[in-house]
Write a protein that binds this ligand. Structure first.
Ligand SMILES: Cc1ncc(COP(=O)(O)O)c(C=O)c1O
Length: 436
């Protein structure tokens, strides 16, 4: 990297003394001399401690849908702080936000708030188990659903070589510390494989409580479902008394106001939300059919959390929801996202690089490979080293995209046309420098 770290490095050295690996989430560690120290974000930009500015397409891994430190959200939160935040009771604002969500999300009947996506998927899974009185669940290889034990199998970080044959996939534990027995509760299947899921559901009829799926692969370059795949999941779940859970932690309030269930036209039983709902403030939710959600409470299924629906998170969510409802943010974002996608595609084509463009314009990616990509196993053929080199060139030129092609490019309202044009110019230079 060509940036000065005169100020950042001493701060990170202090971080290494007191924070494990100097970070508060494993995935943030990029090396002892490489991990950025950020002091400020505004709109589509972030600044590091040495005052180097970057156009940001990581956006905190997705939550920033309007732009960093959005004035409208900041104002709403600051104003609400005067009222206090946590009361171990229902607040009126919580009811207002829930009512707006029920109106905004097709098929949403009842919900509960949590603080993180991890909590939302954990509680959704428990609710499905409580409702069906079954214990196992199906997830898809390459999908990340948070950091609780049940879902840390065959995620985006797992080596593809450890996943076994497509016809008999092996659930791969992500790291140590996860009880081996939990493997018995999960089936990990290739995404977009109609036959694999059908076979699994039939073979294990009566055992499977839930199918937990990211409707598009928010942790694998945004790969989209094949036509009919989500409908296929829907009908299999209905036929076999299985709860269909859409993990919309990345897609919710990003693809469209109603989320992926609206964009793809398939209504699951439960969905989970986080990230964009608070534009960077910690707020999450899970909810869906009242008949299923009503098993929570009253001594049956446990859902709890001291900070659930706290005033700060509700004020942020309320502001985000109003902005999305009152202005066509996500539609305009999709137009600019498409311009970016088409531009990247053209530059890669002109450079004679075989590639696959992936994802919805608002959460997109590309892979350097000739082979079509429909699931994580297809990444075995992609040139991740070249991708990383291009992204390092981008970073050296002031544009911050994850250097791993699995993490998509996120767009926000503050990515203006000018910023997209600048990004494309720099991308062209960065590709040229990498393939020279
Ligand atoms: C699809 C998906 N689900 C769940 C989570 C977990 O969310 P959190 O990090 O808020 O716990 C993530 C995090 O990136 C995610 O991408």
């Amino acid at each position: 990297m060509s940036y000065s770290r005169d100020i950042s490095q001493p701060i990170f050295d202090r971080a290494l003394n007191v924070l494990v690996k100097g970070v508060s989430s494993n995935f943030r560690f990029l090396g002892e001399k490489e991990t950025p120290v950020i002091v400020k974000g505004k709109g589509a930009h972030v600044w590091d401690a040495d005052d180097n500015a970057f156009i940001d397409y990581r956006l905190g891994w997705g939550p920033i849908i309007l732009g960093h430190a959005d004035d409208r959200v900041n104002h709403a939160v600051a104003e609400h702080l005067e009222n206090g935040t946590t009361f171990a009771a229902t607040s009126e604002l919580e009811v207002i936000v829930a009512e707006k969500l029920v109106k905004m999300i097709p098929g949403m009947e009842k919900l509960r708030f949590t603080n993180t996506g991890t909590e939302a998927t954990m509680h959704a899974l428990r609710t499905a188990r409580g409702y069906t009185n079954k214990e196992k669940f199906i997830k898809f290889e390459g999908q990340y659903h948070g950091a609780h034990d049940y879902v840390l199998f065959s995620t985006a970080s797992s080596p593809i070589s450890a996943m076994g044959a497509r016809t008999s996939p092996i659930p791969v534990q992500v790291g140590s510390g996860i009880p081996d027995k939990i493997r018995d509760y999960v089936f990990c299947l290739p995404f977009n494989d109609f036959d694999a899921i059908e076979q699994c559901v039939k073979d294990h009829h009566g055992e499977v409580a839930a199918v937990l799926v990211e409707p598009c692969l928010g942790n694998i370059a945004g790969i989209e479902p094949k036509d009919g795949f989500l409908d296929h999941l829907r009908s299999l779940c209905s036929d076999h008394n299985i709860v269909l859970i859409f993990d919309e932690v990345k897609t919710g309030f990003r693809l469209s106001n109603g989320g992926a269930r609206d964009t793809y036209g398939v209504i699951p039983d439960i969905s989970t939300y986080a990230k964009s709902l608070g534009n960077g403030l910690p707020v999450a939710a899970f909810g869906g059919k009242a008949q299923i959600m009503d098993v929570i409470g009253g001594g049956s299924v446990t859902h709890a959390g001291t900070f659930g629906a706290n005033g700060v998170s509700m004020a942020a969510a309320n502001a985000v929801i109003d902005i999305l409802n009152e202005t066509p943010v996500l539609k305009e974002l999709a137009n600019r996202g498409l311009k970016l996608k088409n531009g990247l595609d053209q530059i890669l084509t002109d450079a004679d690089l075989p590639h696959q463009m992936c994802g919805h314009p608002n959460i997109q990616g590309f892979l350097i490979t000739e082979k079509e990509v429909h699931e994580v196993r297809d990444l075995a053929h992609s040139d991740d080293v070249l991708y990383e080199e291009i992204m390092n060139n981008m970073y050296d030129r002031g544009i911050w995209v994850e250097s791993d092609p699995r993490e998509p490019w996120f767009l926000c309202e503050a990515h203006t046309d000018d910023i997209i044009d600048k990004t494309l110019n720099i991308f062209q230079e960065s590709v040229k420098a990498a393939v020279k």
